[in-house]
Design a protein around this ligand. Structure first.
Ligand code: AMP
Ligand code: GLY
Length: 424
């Protein structure tokens, strides 16, 4: 099978690493890839959102199967376009990707199919949005409807803060077109949990638990990022909780999307709040989490490629995946300044000395020039290790981090702390 992976981050490096190990994979390409991915796949210089370029490459190079990493290409309809030229792919159609592409769409689906989530209103008019906020009071959550690179959410502690968020989004266009419509919702409290399931249009196969750390600083402080590290398993995800999430949230979503004429295929990534009234949906993503995917791939013992193809072919119901009992943990090394402004191009040394037995370094944003490895993004490296416990995996990951010589980068020193405090 000739496979093309779309994307160029740590998630796509982990996917390429896993797919390249499949005996079913004869050739592996990645667009655009990065310096680390180049060790596992042939990188082709096509941007992950260049739909025309990707379809042309896949056609001209007789690609059998495309695995789409990031959400933008999905929302833009890459899977539909590939389908139209007879090429199979892993990921939802544009219609099904609306679960991530429009928060209002997701909330309306929840309302129609009784999926537990925060009470909400949808607004295209700033004055109406403000009146709703005045009526509801604070705390209250203001969200840009469309894709805003993880930045479109304000958890407002006061009415004034919420009103300012409406102005920033609708009047000052802080999130462009994505913020011209708002979802305003009830503020929920509880512990957050990520949940992943492969879906094939009608059935769903839950994956093992994985949890990320969104805040940039130790102790989960400071501004939110795309994720500064992740670990698996997630101790909060018990078997009983998994069954409840499948029954009350995932399966009603799968059935609801099918009933709406937009059956969901791909990976459904639910952001959940564990409230006093049980798990409630915060948001859906329609792709693997980054960096959660990195720890999932490290624990996966089955061949990933047939599972991704089964999701596309509607054949997941007979499928099972095997996972290592070992825990896995990944530490994100980011460029100084991230998630604010940062410089590109600084040199990274010392990765070669990390033995594969100790850790795997997935690359999230690197380039090689004249043999030198250089930073080429905000999140740059994902230093990933496994161990009998999350604590052991953490110790191995940080031992590897300490061998990397990159003065222009930083990382959190406490990835996994919540799980480790629970004895995991
Ligand atoms: P989202 O992009 O929708 O996951 O929101 C980003 C973050 O904002 C979540 O991970 C939560 O920490 C927080 N958040 C979103 N919606 C709510 C809500 N309704 N109540 C409380 N916190 C929320
Ligand atoms: N780690 C969070 C995300 O992938 O959205």
């Amino acid at each position: 099978m000739r496979v093309l992976v779309v994307g160029g981050g740590g998630r796509e490096h982990a996917l390429c690493w896993a797919i390249s190990a499949s005996p079913l994979c004869d050739a592996l390409y990645c667009a655009p890839g990065n310096a680390g991915i180049a060790q596992d796949a042939e990188c082709v210089p096509i941007a992950a959102d260049d739909i025309e370029g990707l379809v042309r490459f896949a056609t001209e190079n007789t690609i059998d199967f495309v695995v789409v990493g990031p959400e933008a290409a999905l929302v833009m309809g890459l899977v539909d376009r590939l389908d139209a030229v007879g090429i199979k792919s892993f990921g939802p159609s544009a219609g099904a990707a609306m679960l991530e592409g429009s928060k209002g769409f997701m909330k309306d689906l929840c309302a129609k199919y009784n999926i537990p989530t925060a009470a909400y209103g949808r607004f295209t008019d700033a004055e109406a949005a403000k009146a709703y906020i005045q009526e509801q009071g604070a705390p209250i959550v203001v969200k840009a409807d469309g894709l805003a690179a993880g930045k479109g959410v304000t958890v407002a502690q006061s009415v004034d803060e919420a009103l300012a968020a409406v102005d920033a989004s609708m009047t000052d266009s802080a999130f462009g077109a994505a913020g011209q419509e708002l979802v305003i919702e009830e503020c929920m409290t509880g512990e957050e949990l990520s949940f992943f399931a492969l879906v094939d249009g009608t059935s769903a196969l839950p994956l093992v638990g994985a949890q990320d750390h969104k805040a940039v600083g130790d102790g989960d402080t400071g501004p939110n990022t795309g994720g500064m590290g992740a670990y698996s398993p997630a101790p909060a995800l018990t078997e009983a909780l998994q069954a409840e999430i499948m029954e009350r949230i995932i399966m009603p979503t799968v059935e609801g999307m099918a009933a709406e004429g937009a059956p969901f295929k791909g990976v459904l990534y639910a952001g959940l709040m564990l409230t006093e009234d049980g798990p409630k949906l915060l948001e859906y993503n329609v792709r693997f989490g980054d960096p959660e995917c990195q720890v999932l791939m490290l624990r996966l013992r089955s061949d990933i490629l047939p599972a991704l193809v089964a999701s596309c072919d509607g054949m997941l119901s007979t499928f099972d995946l095997r996972w290592s009992d070992d825990a896995a943990l990944t530490v994100v090394m980011a460029a100084n300044g991230y998630p604010g402004a940062y410089a590109k191009g600084s040199e990274i040394r010392g990765i070669e000395v990390i033995s594969a037995a100790d850790a795997i370094v997935f690359h999230a944003g690197t380039v090689r020039d004249d043999g030198n490895l250089r930073a080429n993004g905000g999140r740059v490296l994902n230093v990933t290790a496994s161990g009998a416990s999350i604590g052991e995996a953490q110790a191995k990951a940080y031992a590897a981090v300490d061998q990397i010589d990159w003065p222009d980068g930083f990382c959190r020193r406490d990835i996994g702390w919540r799980a480790i405090a629970r004895g995991a």
